[in-house]
Ligand binder design. Structure first.
Ligand code: ATP
Ligand code: MG
Length: 577
């Protein structure tokens, strides 16, 4: 490619609307342009990087035995009604009617469509296992599209779906995908971690997320410093205390706490630590039984809403505001407690192990002391409901935990029969018995990977693409357009490298050297070959590695071999990691 004829509209100024580095750099490097909120055009070089990722994804999916197909983006609402998701999915699902008034939606994911296909074609265990995937644009009407390709409304995803005869085989399929994902992200040159995850609105029983480690991550991961436990904070498990609390129960006591509504104010007033108080929080619930619920957690803890949502089988939750709490319970906020509450109460299991704690008295300006669960009140459920804290031990080995930020680039789920049962995707097993297929689904955010790679690989001058996903491997700068010797050498190198299968961009623009150096850095192309005045004087060209700034000088004849070696080294290094 010749730069003079390539559409790479780089920007000198930093675009104001972009607040994360990958978004800024992709705009500045001329890789993407915004059409409307969360919807982008992928320009030639942006698309080239995306295609590189797609190719790696394809190769590894095929290697793992999955087969590529392409499903429609427009989907009939009735199919989604079969699983109840037309109602349940929420406003991220873009619903519309066609000219015949038929309700439809734009695919945010394809479980319904693939299950419909497979139930129509697969009859016997002999046709299983099956793993089918596609790489396609998805549409999700995200409430807060942001960070460019990181959270778009339209974005490119690889989604795969496996169908198996039994749970054991489904686990084999899951493991194959787990391994394929490890290879994919490794080959993309990313530093990542697989973590235990919540299975979210897709449902199912088991899942892992693949997280690229980067400061701009929207996700927080909990990782053990001693063993290999890692989980999304939404999921990070906290074990119940194994030793029963033997403290004697003291007599219940009502104390006046005038105007003390906040945990700290009550605790200061009573001269106790927040770990001796239990908060009562009221949530409004959508889905599940739709009834408001009161949640009990220790005074210094936070409710983990995803855990609560899962316990209640709710679609959504919202903490009730003061006025709503009063409407629901008749108690002013700050004085709420579990005793005498008429709505459902659930408790974090840490509370179950507490003795003689403080709660609101259910009456303005009063709290209760020496409260004990079981003796003074009952709850509908005791579960792990709180957010993990810094001092919590690892649920696997008891070691120390730490928290890091990450960007979710892939997500694998064991679905079980959630979809196949609802949609009657059944097969005849060896004994002639009809059984629902056991499913799994596996997503990769292809366009998000490019953004995540930039978050992880950049400096103040621009992008530093991993070689495997760079839009071009090499850029040649011709710094002497009017100098016959320089131009001839640059052109010759350009043809030689191309002949060897190297991807090259030749900067043949009539620009100052400074501008060419700047753009080469901004674009993030791994190897830069500068052909300039030193060719005439010393007979050498300069090769510079974008990542570490390493430079070597070579006579033009040695350049192709050197670069081929470097590209191979970069490839094998990530294969081995
Ligand atoms: P998130 O929690 O980030 O919203 P999700 O759980 O909704 O993700 P999945 O339904 O598992 O995501 O989708 C599979 C993959 O698609 C994700 O791992 C992510 O990499 C990518 N992805 C999801 N939503 C978006 C989006 N709005 N923009 C870009 N990529 C996305
Ligand atoms: Mg989402």
């Amino acid at each position: 490619m010749r730069y003079s004829q390539t559409f790479v509209p780089t920007l000198k100024e930093t675009p104001a609307e972009a607040d994360v580095v990958s978004h800024r750099l992709m705009l500045r490097a001329g890789y993407i342009r915004k059409l409307t909120a969360g919807v982008y055009t992928y320009l030639p070089f942006g698309l080239a990087a995306i295609r590189k990722v797609e190719r790696i994804v394809r190769e590894e999916m095929n290697r793992a035995g999955a087969q590529e197909l392409l499903m429609p983006m427009v989907q009939p609402a009735d199919l989604w009604r079969e699983t109840g998701r037309y109602e349940k999915y929420g406003p991220e699902l873009l619903r519309f009617k066609d000219r015949h008034d038929r309700e439809s939606c734009l695919g945010p994911t394809h479980e319904e469509v693939i299950t419909d296909l497979v139930r129509g074609e697969v009859r016997s265990y002999r046709q299983l296992p099956l793993n089918l995937y596609q790489i396609q644009s998805k549409f999700r009407d995200e409430i807060r599209p942001r960070f460019g390709l990181m959270r778009g409304r339209e974005f490119i995803m690889k989604d795969a779906y496996s169908f198996d005869v039994d749970d054991e085989q489904a686990s084999v399929s899951y493991q194959k995908m787990y391994a394929a994902y490890q290879r994919i992200f490794t080959r993309c040159g990313l530093q990542f971690r697989a973590v235990e995850a919540d299975s979210g609105s897709i449902g199912g029983s088991f899942s892992h997320e693949f997280m690229v480690l980067a400061k701009t991550g929207e996700d927080t991961l909990v990782v053990c410093k001693s063993c290999d436990y890692a989980a999304n904070v939404e999921k990070a498990a906290i074990n119940a205390l194994s030793v029963e609390n033997q403290d004697p129960m003291l007599d219940l006591e009502k104390v006046e706490t005038p105007g003390k509504r906040k945990v700290t104010a009550v605790c200061d007033f009573l001269g106790i630590g927040a770990d001796k108080l239990v908060k009562t929080l009221v949530y409004k619930v959508t889905g599940g039984d739709g009834q408001p619920v009161a949640v009990l957690v220790r005074g210094d803890r936070e409710v983990q809403e995803v855990k609560l949502k899962n316990l209640l089988g709710a679609a959504d939750l919202e903490l009730a505001e003061d006025k709503e709490v009063f409407d629901i319970t008749g108690v002013p906020t700050g004085y709420l407690g579990p005793i005498g509450l008429t709505i459902k109460v659930v408790a974090d299991h840490e509370v179950a192990a507490m003795r003689n704690f403080v709660v609101g008295a259910g009456e303005k300006n009063y709290h209760l002391r020496h409260v004990n669960m079981g003796r003074d009140f009952e709850v509908a459920a005791i579960a792990d409901l709180r957010q993990i804290a810094d001092d919590d031990p690892c649920p696997h080995c008891g070691g120390k935990l730490g928290q890091i930020e990450g960007i979710e680039v892939g997500h694998i789920f064991k679905l079980g029969t959630v979809y196949s049962a609802a949609m009657r995707a059944v097969f005849q097993d060896q004994d002639g018995q009809e059984k629902p297929m056991i499913m799994g689904c596996y997503g990769i955010g292809v366009s998000r990977i490019v953004a995540a790679a930039i978050e992880q690989n950049h400096d103040e001058n621009g992008i530093i693409f991993p070689v495997a996903i760079a839009p071009s491997q090499v850029i040649i700068l011709n710094l002497g357009l009017k100098d016959a010797v320089i131009t001839e050498a640059a052109e010759l190198l350009y043809t030689q490298l191309q002949a060897q299968g190297v991807e090259v961009l030749l900067d043949d623009r009539d620009e100052r050297p400074g501008a060419k150096f700047k753009d080469a850095d901004l674009l993030g192309i791994p190897f830069r070959v500068t052909v300039g005045a030193r060719l005439g004087k010393e007979g050498v060209v300069e090769i510079r590695h974008r990542r570490d700034g390493l430079t070597v000088e070579l006579v033009p004849d040695q350049v192709a071999l050197y670069l081929l070696n470097q590209i191979a080294v970069a490839g094998s290094a990530v294969q081995e990691r």
